[in-house]
Ligand binder design. Structure first.
Ligand code: HEM
Length: 517
């Protein structure tokens, strides 16, 4: 088309008769292209209707709808849904997908038809070796057995409580690190990554990533984030056959292989260390790896539980547990700085409840009701996984009168649902009070509020994550007054690299409220 228009204008401006004839000839010559494109478009539209798929935007050959998604996919998907409806069909390169943007359809998929949608999409074969978690993508008997074991042994309330000391210790280290930092300017984005990684590492391996007494960077902090980012780029390229060459690009593949190898060596080192130490005592504070190794060698377990299964669980816990938790802390403090009224109310509450005790302990948290509302509101406006984690349709089913074929990827735009003006008053505003006295929670029963997803694949680490967010936030608010460095504004720009973070780091001036004890 561009060629055609260029030709039209360049020739016609000469005003020559000959040019008119040439133009007619060229138009005729090119018109076959227009006709073919229109037929293709009609065919696509009628094929969608014939196959009784949900409505959706027109698609380009090969690309499908990929060109309509920008890096903040949750936002572009919302714009498309505003035109095409809350159940929308897209073609993402070679993968057919449906996008859900309303709580009733989310409930139909994640609750009523949960069984049909409880698999995760499988990875392309060339990516499988970089993601142990792929072993647990498909919903099958093996997944059920492993998940049952994890729910009992890793994600149970008893286990969450057993790590209370770990969380409190790590928060102490964080507070000391902030107090002792040479400048009063603190990069909280980094600090939150370090503390959540150290807590996860203590839960999984029984030891921190950094030396004792520090909340600082160590090389192991970056491995997991690096792999998930490389892996998501790698799999995105699978959507388009024409980008296949990029996946074979040796430097990219080399980078992914190196990061994966580092992670695998860390896992192997820790497995060996645990095996040579024996499987430890049976106290409540046993780390996840010793618990998993105990079952690995249990002849009465009743199903095959391999070393790779253990690595899959560890990989998912690091990916699922660290970055999500640090992102809530980062967004939560940012919103409090933007909303001084809420900051004051939250600080007054925690300082009032804890008094001069010197630190917030987990036993105080039950009384911090406003803090819980602040966390809810942060999860609503800034869900770390705005599109949850995709599901895949395992058996053909009917949703809202449309046919969803086997293999269709399902994306639930939780971010759009949690900002829907039909469901939330002044949805863009940060108002923790909206959760006061209402019976809505994040446990997967209220489909207008699903930051942890819902159904069989709901986040199993919800309680572990919330426990870290509560104790960290409470102490950070208790110990310091926070403000922006002079002359700066709060930048709330998002960056979506698997997890929804702030684009620029959260750097604030910390003023200790009470002198060092
Ligand atoms: C506190 C912040 C967290 C948020 C907002 C969050 C959110 C999510 C979401 C939205 C999902 C997908 C649910 C679905 O598809 O319906 C998920 C899955 C998962 N999360 Fe979390 N998560 C958090 C913390 C954690 C923690 C602390 C852990 C582990 C210790 C964890 C481990 C996992 C795992 C293993 C899955 C995959 C479950 C599966 O595929 O069956 N998450 N999380």
């Amino acid at each position: 088309m561009g060629d055609l228009l260029f030709f039209f204008f360049s020739k016609y401006s000469n005003g020559e008769e000959m040019a008119k004839k040439e133009l007619m000839f060229e138009l005729l010559k090119h018109s076959w292209l227009l006709i073919i494109l229109s037929i293709l478009l009609l065919l696509l539209l009628s094929s969608r209707r014939r196959r009784n798929l949900p409505p959706g935007p027109w698609q380009l050959p090969i690309l499908g709808n990929i060109h309509q998604l920008d890096p903040l996919a949750h936002r572009s998907l919302l714009h498309l849904a505003e035109k095409h409806g809350p159940l929308m069909h897209l073609q993402l390169g070679r993968i057919p997908a449906i996008i859900v943007s309303s709580p009733d359809i989310a409930s139909e998929i994640l609750k009523t038809l949960d069984l049909a949608f409880s698999s995760r999409p499988s990875l392309p074969p060339s990516a499988v070796k970089f993601w142990y978690g792929g072993r647990l993508a498909k919903y099958d008997e093996h997944w059920r057995q492993v998940t049952k074991l994890c729910m009992l042994e890793i994600f149970s309330m008893r286990r969450v409580q057993s790590f209370r000391r770990v969380r409190e210790d790590e928060v102490d280290v964080l507070i000391q690190t902030i107090r002792q930092s040479s400048s009063s300017l603190v990069n909280l984005s980094k600090m939150f990554v370090f503390i959540t990684n150290n807590i996860t590492s203590r839960e999984v391996f029984g030891k921190r990533f950094t030396y004792d007494g520090e909340c600082n960077w160590s090389p192991d902090h970056d491995i997991f984030k690096e792999i998930i980012q490389l892996l998501s780029e790698f799999t995105a390229k699978h959507l388009l056959p024409s980008l296949e060459w990029l996946r074979k690009n040796s430097s990219f593949k080399e980078k992914l292989e190196k990061s994966f190898e580092r992670m695998d060596q860390l896992f192997e080192r820790e497995i060996e260390r645990h095996c040579s130490n024996g499987d430890g005592d049976d106290s409540g504070e046993r780390d996840f790896l010793s618990v998993l190794l105990k079952h690995h060698v249990d002849p009465n377990l009743g199903f095959s539980f391999t070393r790779d299964d253990i690595k899959a669980i560890m990989q998912m816990i690091f990916f699922g547990g660290s970055d999500t938790t640090s992102s809530i802390l980062e967004w939560g403090i940012s919103e409090l700085i933007k909303n001084p009224r809420v900051m004051k109310k939250a600080q007054d509450e925690v300082r009032g409840v804890v008094g001069n005790k010197g630190k917030v302990e987990e036993s105080d948290l039950q009384q911090l009701q406003y803090l819980k509302l602040v966390i809810n509101e942060t999860l609503r406006l800034h869900p770390p996984a705005p599109l949850l984690i995709p599901r895949e349709c395992r058996e053909e089913c009917n949703v809202q009168g449309y046919k969803i074929p086997v293999g269709t990827m399902v994306i639930v735009n939780a971010w759009a649902i949690m900002r829907d003006p039909k469901l939330w008053e002044n949805p863009e505003d940060f108002i923790p009070e909206r959760f006061n006295g209402v019976a809505i929670n994040y446990r997967g029963q209220d489909f207008q509020f699903i930051p942890f997803g819902a159904g069989r694949r709901i986040c199993p680490g919800m309680q572990l994550g919330i426990a870290v967010v509560e104790i960290t936030l409470a102490n950070v608010l208790y110990h310091f007054n926070w403000e922006l460095p002079a002359g700066t504004d709060m930048d709330m720009t998002e960056s979506l690299a698997v997890i929804l973070h702030k684009k620029s780091p959260l750097i604030l001036k910390a003023t200790p409220r009470i002198a060092l004890g």
